[in-house]
Structures are given as structure tokens and as C-alpha cells.
Design a protein. Structure first.
Length: 330
């Protein structure tokens, strides 16, 4: 038998007036566990002004206050009002994207979420502030991810950033992790992964023997960071040891697994090497990631790593790359 909220409230009022739960349950045929689950929602709290408030109503009020506080923070951060032209409001909200939820941003200045998303998607590629901020937060995300043994996901990383004074949303952190190929791994999953990748040990095949007898026999790679006009750029280069020519290179503002994966796919598509190609790099997280190892395996490429703390094991790729970005030759 279903009971209406009013019937539940009346029964709870009898209990609160001193009648035993056992007697009420015996009379109505309601299980005690069910009855006790009704009690809490109908409990009341007396506020400082003497108003009686139920937990449910209190929770609704709490969420409203949190929302209003967030909207106030948004309004304090922009230099326009709700009555400003739409273009001006969109421009004012744009730098706050990723710091507050889109719901809060749009509610604060009464802007349609669809309009705001269209504005962001249309303009973010050309916005230097967006690229710079994304690159800075990407580095912080990677640091937190590595410091915590690749276990933390977007939720915990977002919480740590917020605690450190960096305003970000979970959605923003998630998109960064997806772009960099960072996947949360529980301790058990990490052990399982280690077992699965046991057939791909981080062995040093080259042992500083940087010679090749023919083209597409050994490729070496490295990621180098350059700073230009206050902005960091990451260059991923794949070098053929036979000709010492650059097979492929890619440039990005983020040192991600995607960066080297795209460079490798470009080189592989242009060179079409035979099976048995050796790919050598340092032990950077991008090269050691599961996604990148799977990419090499699918192309029948054997992976070689420098020894830990031995940069000379990849010296031929770690030399300054300026003037080397030229293609051609085998």
C-alpha cells in the first residue's frame, strides 16, 4: 500500500508527539525500517528567526544560497551588467570559461547557454589567453597525475587544483586529461596493466649505438620545449638514424601523448617501414603510456627506452633541434 506524503507526515507527527514507533507500525502494518526512513525528512530545524525548516527544505535553501554566491562571484569578476549588449556580455564571460560552470556564467548575465557555447567554440582557437591558460593548467594536471602514481582521476585532480587556488571545473580537467591521454588507474588496475604490458619491458636495445645500416631501421624521438614571446611550445621530432633526417615533427602548446602519436602516424604513413623497425626514446610518460605502446605494437614496431636518469642514451635526439626541422631523404 502506498502512502501519500501527508499520511507519512501525520504518522511521523504521532511519533514526534511521543507515541512509540512499535505501536504505530503494529497499527498500520508498516515495517519499522520503512517508518524510520520517513522520520528524517519530516524532522524540523528551528532557525535563528524561529522558522521551522525540514531537512529537504533546508537542502533546497542551501543549494540556492550556493548558487547565488557563485553568481555574485561571477558578477564581481566581469566588467559589465546584465543590461549590457549580448556581445559585450559574451566577451566578459569568455575569460571565466573553465573557472565557473557554464550554468553559473549564463545565469549571472542572463545569456543562453547555447549562444555562449557557440561563442566559445567559434573563438577559442584564436584566443591566446585560452591557449596560455590551458597550457598552464595542463602542466599542473600532469604534475598532480604523476605525483599520485597515475591513480587520481578528474574529480580528485580538480579538487586539488581548486584547493590550490586554481578555479577549474571537472569538465575542463576531464577534457585536458583526454587530450593528454591521462587515464585514472586504481592500484589494482595498475598491477593488471603491468602484467598485461610485461611483454613490452622498458629495455634499452640501442645501448648508445646510434648507427643504422639502412633507412627505416631505427627511429629515435624526443620532445623539446621552446619559449617564444612568453609562450611555451613543445616540438616532437622523429629522426631516422640512417640518414639523420627528420621523418616527422609536430608542434603543440601541450606535451601530450597525442602530440607524439600524431607525429609517429605522419612518419609511418610517409615512410611505410617494414616490420622490425625499432623506435627509441627516453622514458617520458608520453612514450611510456599504454596508448602509445599499443600504437607501436599495432604497427609491429619494437620499442626501446633510455635507462632511467641516463640522457646520453638518447643523445642523438636530445641535441638542440634548431635548424634540424627539415624533411626528405631516407
Amino acid at each position: 500500500m502506498r502512502h501519500t506524503n501527508e499520511e507519512k507526515r501525520l504518522l511521523v507527527m504521532r511519533y514526534q508527539a511521543g507515541e512509540s514507533a512499535a505501536h504505530i507500525c503494529m497499527e498500520t502494518g508498516i515495517a519499522r525500517s520503512t517508518f524510520y526512513s520517513w522520520v528524517k525528512p519530516f524532522q524540523t530545524t528551528v532557525t535563528e528567526t524561529g522558522v521551522l525548516v525540514t531537512p529537504k527544505a533546508f537542502d533546497v535553501l542551501r543549494r540556492k544560497v550556493e548558487k547565488q554566491n557563485a553568481i555574485i562571484q561571477v558578477l564581481k569578476s566581469v566588467n559589465c551588467t546584465v543590461s549590457a549588449p549580448l556581445k559585450e556580455k559574451l566577451t566578459a564571460l569568455e575569460p571565466l570559461y573553465g573557472q565557473f560552470s557554464v550554468h553559473m556564467l549564463c545565469d549571472a548575465l542572463e545569456v543562453s547557454r547555447g549562444t555562449f557555447y557557440n561563442h566559445i567554440l567559434r573563438n577559442k582557437r584564436g584566443n591566446t589567453w585560452y591557449a596560455k591558460r590551458r597550457a598552464e593548467i595542463s602542466e599542473k594536471v600532469r604534475e598532480i597525475y604523476e605525483e599520485n602514481h597515475q591513480i587520481f582521476g578528474a574529480d580528485k585532480i580538480c579538487a586539488i587544483l581548486v584547493q590550490g587556488g586554481v578555479r577549474v571545473s571537472k569538465r575542463f580537467v576531464t577534457s585536458i586529461m583526454q587530450e593528454m591521454g591521462l587515464v585514472s588507474m586504481s592500484p589494482t588496475a595498475k598491477k593488471d596493466l603491468n602484467r598485461l604490458t610485461a611483454s613490452i619491458p622498458k629495455k634499452n636495445i640501442l645501448n648508445q649505438n646510434f648507427t643504422a645500416e639502412q633507412p627505416n631501421q631505427i627511429w629515435v624521438s624526443d620532445i623539446t620545449c621552446y619559449k617564444m614571446k612568453g609562450k611555451h611550445y613543445y616540438i616532437a621530432v622523429i629522426l631516422d638514424l640512417f640518414s639523420r633526417k627528420v621523418n616527422a615533427h609536430r608542434i603543440s602548446t601541450v606535451a601530450s601523448t597525442k602530440l607524439i602519436a600524431v607525429a609517429f602516424r605522419q612518419a609511418y604513413a610517409e615512410r611505410i617501414p617494414d616490420n622490425g623497425l625499432i623506435f627509441h626514446s627516453d622514458r617520458g610518460t608520453q612514450y611510456a603510456s599504454q596508448l602509445y605502446q599499443q600504437l607501436l605494437l599495432s604497427c609491429h614496431v619494437e620499442q626501446s627506452f633510455s635507462r632511467a636518469g641516463r640522457p646520453h642514451d638518447n643523445a642523438v635526439a636530445e641535441l638542440p633541434l634548431s635548424g634540424r626541422i627539415q624533411t626528405g631523404g631516407r
